[in-house]
Design a binder for this molecule. Structure first.
Ligand SMILES: [Zn+2]
Ligand SMILES: [Zn+2]
Ligand SMILES: [Zn+2]
Length: 108
């Protein structure tokens, strides 16, 4: 159905980044629960990436080939790390917790 991978149009380099809930919500909705919290964000979402990347060149989830073997890509857990101690790749937050996989597209 999709010729995404071998179409030659999108043969850009990609890499997977893992971001926190706040970054994920900002990508999806432009805001998160902490926007209105008393203390605001711990770190500004996506501050580690250029605004280009935060909006144009980052897509939620991972490419099909990045999923676990035998995974059909639907309703799976590959794109969520329910508990991570590493810092968020989007904002650098060191709060441990859930991380969401995003695909970062290299420039052509
Ligand atoms: Zn926010
Ligand atoms: Zn999967
Ligand atoms: Zn983050």
């Amino acid at each position: 159905m999709s010729n995404f991978r071998d179409g030659g149009v999108d043969n850009r380099e990609t890499c997977i980044i893992w971001v926190c809930d706040n970054c994920m919500f900002h990508h999806a909705n432009g805001e998160c629960g902490d926007c209105y919290g008393e203390d605001g964000h711990v770190r500004e979402p996506w501050v580690l990436l250029s605004s280009d990347h935060a909006h144009g060149n980052t897509t939620m989830g991972m490419l099909a080939e990045e999923h676990e073997w035998e995974c059909d890509g639907f309703g799976c857990d590959c794109e969520i790390n329910t508990f991570s101690m590493s810092s968020c790749d989007g904002c650098g937050s060191r709060l441990c917790g859930q991380r969401h996989a995003f695909t970062l597209w290299g420039s052509k």
